[in-house]
Design a protein around this ligand. Structure first.
Ligand code: KG4
Ligand code: ZN
Length: 375
């Protein structure tokens, strides 16, 4: 990455009818805002016409020199970017602000200061427009992001959510009805990529850089552990991997070929465990659909492993569009739209926000499904 800003509108006019999430009511156009970490994303999603426009700015170039995200810098940059990006996303959608029916923003989990920016702007916009607003769970956005792909899954499905902060297997029955099947006991998969990349002298974020270096690698020179691969549970543990990588790096690797070989082995160790546990979760659930989401779902080797597994074992694997694997506004607009639609259909539509709060720590499995209110 590293480019100052990027914008994409892949699948822009995708229709949600095929996903089982289409509305029977009036279409709703939702402006979604993502500012939980180091990307500022804004998008417009329509429950009838799909993704209408989006704009994204990655802060990677700004944080790169510090080797990781600096929270205060992240918040200040979100403040600078969010309104111009909102104008850009609206411009692409061909809509004016007055034509937006509702606003959604990432309420958590994430960096508190960064979340405050998107939540403050989102709630204020909704209030000023006199439209409903909703705080969205960032991971629910990732979980539902494959619904923005050309081939979208029907619910129920099993989901592997692998990002910089989370590695979870979930049974997804309907919007908000998520059952935790497995979790990481320590580091997340993305964190294992990032920490190993740092030990290999690569920049931040480490996952894409390590994967790129590994393309030139050859298997066999190194052998790293596959933590909990043969354990019966659906849990993960990646913290031992970085210790093994540190030992392998030792006082320095002989040459660039050795660095590439080790990068390939790190990628293989992480993706072998992720793929094996995901397949085990699908088999145990009896469900035939597997969704992979979160930043690590962009990983080439993970995609290859799962493509092979689905051919051999007869289940279907679904990924978000590649540009929507990492953080973006489209997944927040989508998740917000689906929740708002479900609330309206259940007879308790969301109101105009009179304030906002953020939830930097917010377990996904604590989310409630939208149900009809008694009476
Ligand atoms: O979902 P995400 O953008 O942000 C969080 O919510 O954490 O995920 C970022 C994580 C980082 O750890 C990054 O290194 C990893 O996803 N990542 C990758 C790849 N692209 C992003 N890991 C492996 N291979 C990739 N191609
Ligand atoms: Zn994320």
């Amino acid at each position: 990455m590293g480019q100052a800003s990027r914008q994409h509108a892949g699948n822009a006019r995708r229709r949600p009818e095929d996903t089982g999430t289409a509305c029977n009511t009036t279409p709703m156009r939702v402006l979604g805002i993502e500012t939980s970490c180091d990307e500022t994303g804004v998008a417009v999603y329509c429950t009838r016409d799909g993704l209408l426009g989006q704009a994204l700015h990655s802060q990677v170039a700004m944080h790169e020199r510090y080797g990781g995200v600096v929270p205060e810098l992240a918040s200040r940059d979100h403040i600078r970017r969010v309104l111009p990006l909102a104008r850009q996303a609206l411009g692409e959608s061909g809509l004016s602000l007055a034509q937006i029916d509702a606003v959604a923003w990432t309420q958590g989990p994430g960096l508190a200061g960064a979340l405050l920016v998107g939540s403050g702007v989102g709630a204020s916009l909704a209030w000023a427009l006199g439209r409903p607003g909703i705080g969205v769970h960032h991971l629910e956005g990732h979980l539902l992001s494959p619904l923005l792909a050309d081939e979208a899954p029907q619910m129920p499905f099993v989901a592997l959510l692998a990002s910089g902060g989370h590695t979870q297997l979930m049974a997804v029955e309907s919007i908000g009805r998520y059952r935790l099947l497995g979790d990481t006991l320590d580091d997340a998969a993305g964190e294992a990529f990032d920490k190993s990349a740092k030990l290999l002298g690569l920049g931040y974020p480490g996952g894409p850089a390590l994967s790129k270096l590994g393309e030139a690698g050859r298997p066999g020179r190194f052998r790293l552990p596959r933590p909990l691969l043969h354990d019966d549970s659906l849990n993960f543990s990646f913290s031992g991997l970085k210790t093994a990588v540190r030992t392998a790096v030792g006082g320095g690797l002989a040459d660039d070929a050795a660095r590439a070989d080790l990068a390939l082995e790190v990628e293989s160790a992480i993706t072998e465990v992720l793929a094996a546990k995901a397949v085990r979760a699908v088999r145990a659930s009896g469900c035939e659909r597997l969704v992979i989401a979160g930043g690590v779902s962009a990983n080439r080797q993970l995609r290859q492993r799962l493509a092979e597994a689905q051919r051999r074992q007869g289940f279907r694997c679904y990924f978000p569009p590649p540009a929507l694997c990492t953080d973006n506004g489209a997944m927040i607009a989508l998740a917000g739209a689906l929740r708002l639609q479900a609330m309206a259909e259940a007879g308790h539509p969301a109101g105009i926000p009179s304030g906002f709060s953020v939830r930097p720590r917010w377990p996904l499995e604590s989310l409630e499904p939208v149900t009809a209110q008694p009476g």
